[in-house]
Write a protein that binds this ligand. Structure first.
Ligand code: AMP
Length: 434
């Protein structure tokens, strides 16, 4: 008898009619490989570890069975979520939330994106009204959990999406804090583009007897943000930046700077050296900000200088690099800045120009990342006021570092933490090549 090939459809995977209808509305008829492999296991209640990148259909692979699992009749309870999807960036959070709405449009399942950069109050209100699925970035979720705006005691399903990127971005402490709050009896799913030792050890702490699925990469490079810094005297920053743009042939860079005034000044300094640049900051009209952003996305503007606030809406998949001309006041802001690069499976770099007066802020960032950022020396720019050596134990619990180079006094808030120093090699990052 000739072998009969059974065409795998969404129906044969065991999905219900309202979900099949939504897929049909969207025009999806054939499940992708990760969907074929992961959906039945998730519907069976198994824990899953999936190695798959963006573009493989991995979002639907976990969203569809979660929607199905939560779609039964059940009264929604204020502040009690049933599924939690953790993602590294605001943009991915919005994307996943859009997918949930799309695939769940014929179901009565309530979901929300709980991401930073937007007002807390409407998010709290939504939680009071009752939400089944929360898609969250780790920092914002912890903020709301600390404020008792949500509780995990009824949580049934946890998803860690783009786990490698969350580790890259320094979320390991936040993830551990969140995981410690979750009920032990739950289903856990972890997806990652790469499966490094660090991702595996995170997975081990989350999943139980998992079903493992691995989808071949369609891109050669794994998403990776290479982070490095250059110690530089403050008055030399603009010359150093011009040097880097020229010598390293930077095609495009988004440069973060603290003040509006600084942004305008830097643009004119770059232009004096023959480098065309533009700036966006709160002082410019919305219309001109939008125009400049469009030109930057289209590649017409190569070098864009931005203050943190003005850069919030920047969403460019192929941005190769961000530069911290000033270190940000808040360590979390650094995380948001570097989240602009290395997206869509591409690699990116985050470069910081650090002068001595930035050192405290650098310590706060390194403490937040749980690793020391590689330092690179540029021969043409010897430093007069050198940076003290980094030390992860430098900062206090409040994440504000103590005086640079000086040990803190006992009994003061900013004494070194009692945790042992973490050598860089033991952190979730491998060595960074230049
Ligand atoms: P993701 O890997 O989740 O980022 O998905 C990549 C893209 O594939 C998204 O635009 C999805 O909407 C789309 N997609 C997901 N599943 C399917 C499918 N079975 N057929 C066609 N497109 C899909």
């Amino acid at each position: 008898m000739p072998e009969q090939r059974v065409q795998m459809t969404f129906r044969t995977l065991g999905l219900s009619d309202p979900i099949l209808q939504a897929l049909e509305d969207k025009g999806y008829s054939t499940p992708t490989e990760i969907q074929r492999k992961a959906i039945p296991a998730i519907l069976d209640g198994r824990d899953v570890i999936g190695t798959a990148q963006t573009g493989t259909g991995k979002t639907a692979a976990f969203v569809l069975p979660i929607l199905q699992a939560l779609s039964g009749e059940r009264k929604r309870r204020a502040k009690r979520l049933r599924a939690l999807i953790l993602v590294p960036t605001r943009e991915l959070g919005m994307q996943v939330q859009d997918n949930i709405e799309l695939y769940g449009k014929h179901l009565n399942v309530a979901s929300m994106a709980m991401v930073g950069g937007v007002d807390l109050e409407p998010q709290k209100q939504q939680l009071i009204e009752g939400v089944d699925i929360v898609v969250a970035t780790p920092g914002r979720l912890l903020d709301l959990a600390h404020q008792r705006a949500l509780y995990f005691d009824e949580l049934e399903i946890l998803v860690l999406d783009e786990a490698d990127r969350m580790l890259d971005m320094g979320f390991i402490d936040d993830l551990n804090k969140i995981i410690a709050r979750l009920p032990h009896e739950r289903q856990s799913l972890l997806f990652s583009a790469t499966m490094s030792r660090q991702v595996k050890s995170l997975a081990d702490s989350v999943v139980d007897n998992p079903f493992e699925v691995s989808i071949a990469h369609n891109q050669k490079t794994a998403p990776k943000i290479s982070q490095w810094l250059i110690a530089v005297d403050k008055h030399n920053k603009s010359a150093l930046l011009s040097h880097l743009i020229r010598e390293r042939n930077w095609d495009q860079a988004l440069i973060f700077i603290r003040t509006q005034h600084g942004a305008a000044k830097l643009v004119s300094q770059l232009e004096k050296r023959g480098i065309a640049a533009e700036s966006i900051h709160g002082g410019r009209s919305q219309a001109s900000r939008s125009r400049i952003l469009d030109d930057f996305k289209a590649g017409k503007i190569k070098i864009l200088v931005a203050t943190g606030v003005a850069a919030r809406g920047i969403d460019i998949d192929e941005l190769a690099r961000v530069v911290n001309y000033d270190m940000p006041d808040e360590a979390d802001e650094y995380i948001h800045r570097i989240g602009r690069t290395g997206r869509a499976g591409l690699s990116g770099e985050a470069v910081s120009l650090v002068s001595k007066d930035d050192f405290k802020r650098l310590c706060a960032v390194e403490r937040r990342l749980g690793k020391i950022i590689d330092r690179v020396t540029i021969e043409e720019f010897p430093v007069v006021k050198d940076l003290p050596a980094s030390n992860l134990n430098f900062s206090s619990k409040s994440r504000k570092p103590s005086k640079p180079g000086k040990p803190s006094k006992p009994g003061k808030r900013e004494q070194p933490t009692d945790k042992p120093a973490q050598p860089a090699a033991k952190t979730p990052w491998g060595a960074i090549k230049k």
